[in-house]
Design a protein around this ligand. Structure first.
Ligand SMILES: [Zn+2]
Length: 105
């Protein structure tokens, strides 16, 4: 973490302190998105509903992790490695009525 050297206004030289964010700093060392999360939730969220699903690759298959609205893992779907390019462009969630992964295409 860099010390919170940016306060109040946008400095083109400073980027958000959140790991792997890289967006321009708005205030208190945070970009607009993370600044508002800090303001609303009191902390920076690890994920948001706009983040893509996490995909973990293994030797012969992959797992697509699905999260609930509280950003807690609720399910994993097993897929073949060659299907990753087909599914990773979509946002997947668990359809509670069927118990199967679902997406809005
Ligand atoms: Zn940020």
């Amino acid at each position: 973490m860099v010390d919170g050297s940016c306060t109040g206004e946008i400095h083109s030289m400073n980027t958000c302190n959140v790991e792997n964010c890289g967006k321009l700093c708005l205030a208190k060392g945070l970009c607009p998105r993370h600044y508002h999360q800090q303001k609303i939730f009191g902390h920076v969220l690890k994920r948001s509903k706009f983040d893509p699903n996490e995909i973990i690759k293994y030797e012969d298959h992959a797992e697509v992790i699905m999260f609930n609205a509280n950003h807690e893992e609720i399910a994993r779907a097993l897929i073949d490695l060659e299907n990753i390019p087909l599914i990773q462009q979509f946002k997947w969630f668990l359809d509670c009525s069927t118990g199967y992964p679902s997406t809005n295409i």
